[in-house]
Design a protein around this ligand. Structure first.
Ligand code: ACO
Length: 325
């Protein structure tokens, strides 16, 4: 049966120039390259200096719009997934939309779902496209996590990095089968009973500050593997595909041991699992679109490839999507 799909017609990514290696981290807190590498898989992370989240988001979105070859006037929606906005209000998406030069009246808003933010944002945009409300959306994940990192806490500061990734998606008629190009399924979840497992220790209405990230690492670790695998399986089921038939699993880049655990749980060979955590660390909502864009750009992910995205983060929130490029 004919249906509307959201085709990815452009991809983009951006990371700040300043890079902190594990050896740099070892000068700041009591840690070592060996500890960080074996426990997390992270070797380096980019850190913003004189840029804001909106700048990271704009650079990624601009690349995606240019790759898509569309005019700014063709953009019907801008969604930015982020937990590190420039201002508490208005949304950072509006700043990015203005820099992109969209027409007045174009809706733009932020989504706060931590590391699952991009999958949440993609779900919203895809649903609006399927409903026929819009044709073309820019969906971005961007974070300046370094601004909410406690640089004296070795339990957390070694994990995070800054960056952005974006896609442009556009309505395209499909035949409703799993051979269609575009977003074939999305599924998002939350378990609101884990609010305290991973959070900032403050916020606008509670402390009038932004707070710094604190987490129960073991609790997050335990929950992450199961939820990431479950979201991937459910998205595959909804898209009517066998997970063994996918070309790529693109999991949120939180920790190499979590990524490997998810791959094993899904019985996927290592070669099918996208990993870029060594260079970027955990960039929260930016993690999936950043990896997606990098791997399309370097030719790893090709036109026609079937990809399962899966993310999990604070909340807890999690979710999955199946996309054929
Ligand atoms: N360098 C050296 N030692 C450290 C560091 C560090 N950077 N951080 C912690 N340690 C110490 C601890 O203090 C502890 O010492 P102790 O035994 O004397 O108390 C020891 O290392 C072991 O700590 P554990 O917490 O047991 O280490 P673990 O193997 O669990 O690894 C980690 C910690 C990497 C945080 C892990 O729990 C994890 O990956 N959790 C998932 C959390 C995550 O990825 N969060 C990202 C955000 S959430 C998301 O994106 C899904």
């Amino acid at each position: 049966m004919k249906c509307i799909r959201s085709e990815i017609i452009g991809h983009g990514h951006y990371t700040p120039k300043k890079v902190l290696t594990n050896d740099d981290m070892a000068k700041m807190v009591e840690t070592s390259d060996e500890w960080i590498t074996t426990r997390t898989g992270i070797k380096a992370r980019s850190i913003v200096e004189d840029e804001f989240t909106s700048d990271l988001a704009y650079n990624a979105a601009k690349m995606a719009v240019d790759k898509a070859g569309i005019e700014p006037s063709e953009i019907d929606l801008v969604i930015l997934a982020s937990i590190t906005p420039d201002n508490t209000t208005p949304s950072t998406a509006l700043k990015v939309a203005a820099k992109l030069g969209v027409k007045t009246g174009t809706p733009a808003f932020d989504i706060s779902a931590a590391c699952s933010g991009f999958v949440y944002a993609l779900t919203m945009a895809d649903n609006m496209i399927q409903m026929g409300q819009i044709k073309t959306a820019v969906v971005i994940g961007a974070e300046s996590l370094s601004k909410i990192t406690d640089w004296t806490d070795r339990n957390t500061c070694v994990l995070f990095g800054d960056g952005a990734g974006a896609v442009v998606i556009r309505a395209k008629e499909g035949d409703g089968s799993n051979q269609d190009v575009g977003v074939l399924s999305t599924k998002i979840y939350a378990d609101c009973y884990h609010y305290d497992s991973l959070k900032t220790d403050g916020g606008v209405s509670s402390t009038k500050t932004t707070g710094f990230i604190e987490m129960d690492g073991k609790e997050v670790f335990k929950y992450a593997i199961g939820s990431l695998a479950q979201a991937a399986e459910e998205a595959a089921r909804l898209a009517n595909i066998n997970i063994q038939d996918i070309d790529w699993l693109l999991p949120h880049q939180a920790n190499i041991r979590i990524i490997e655990g998810v791959g094993k749980k899904l019985e996927l060979p290592e070669e099918k699992v996208i990993v870029n955590i060594a260079q970027h660390g955990n960039t929260s909502a930016a993690s999936i679109p950043l990896a997606l864009s990098e791997k399309i750009e370097d030719g790893t992910i090709k036109k026609g490839d079937l990809i399962v995205l899966t993310a999990m983060g604070a909340g807890f929130t999690w979710g999955g999507a199946v996309v054929r490029l």
